[in-house]
Design a protein around this ligand. Structure first.
Ligand code: G3P
Length: 217
């Protein structure tokens, strides 16, 4: 399973990359706004800065919602850096644009996916990644992990090459459940990744080992 970090914060991206377990980055307009990035040039430079920190795919989201606009924006983003993946919303013109990008060899991430039917359409259009949002489904009392099982099962049944990129991950149990369900990628903020490190028995065990080590040095 690949780990992507879901942030536009360069310090957090560096910290995750330095851990040695980072495979890529996802961003969205809300995450860019949170970092105070304003203006076209600043946003584009920020994507390039992110690509220069990590080795893997970096999702950059289009703002346009019509086919021509999505294509123009996506082609511009794809030319920015070879690591850029064009993130496209799950709408009618988005699906058409994903098909277009697929034929042009441009990688895509179909975002804002909340149902198996949407995931089927993304795969049929040839999306590189599909992004089902877990936390936002949980927020409305819907079983998000069940959605991951269903998408993984459908994709395996038909040998779709689209990778399941579980997004809107809020806590470490989401990550573990996604691993059990067979998601190809999880993308989440730094905290849930760091939370995987933690176990009280690790802390107390290490404390005891270090205390005992003092007895023979
Ligand atoms: O990758 C999508 C993610 O950024 C959304 O997360 O927590 O706003 O639902 P959240």
């Amino acid at each position: 399973m690949k780990f992507f970090i879901d942030t536009a914060n360069l310090d957090q991206i560096r910290e995750a990359y330095d851990l040695g377990i980072l495979d890529g980055v996802t961003t969205n307009p809300s995450l860019m706004a949170k970092e105070g990035i304003r203006g076209h040039e600043a946003v584009m430079n920020h994507y390039i800065n992110i690509c220069n920190i990590v080795d893997g795919d970096v999702s950059a989201e289009v703002i346009a919602t019509d086919f021509d606009g999505i294509v123009a924006e996506g082609e511009y983003l794809a030319k920015l850096h070879p690591q850029i993946v064009v993130k496209v919303p799950m709408i009618k013109d988005g699906i058409k644009a994903i098909k277009y990008f697929t034929q042009k060899g441009i990688k895509t991430n179909c975002t804002l996916v909340f149902s198996p039917g949407q995931a089927i359409l993304a795969a049929k259009a040839g999306a590189t990644y599909v992004s089902p949002f877990l936390g936002r489904l949980d927020d409305i009392s819907t079983d998000s992990i069940d959605l991951i099982y269903k998408i993984v099962n459908i994709y395996r049944t038909y040998s779709f090459q689209t990778q399941v990129l579980a997004a809107s991950i809020r806590h470490p149990m989401h990550i573990i459940a996604c691993a059990e369900a067979g998601a190809d990628v999880v993308t989440c903020p730094l905290d849930p990744i760091l939370a995987l490190l933690k176990h009280p028995l690790t802390d107390s065990g290490l404390e005891k080992f270090l205390a005992d080590a003092k007895k023979f040095v």
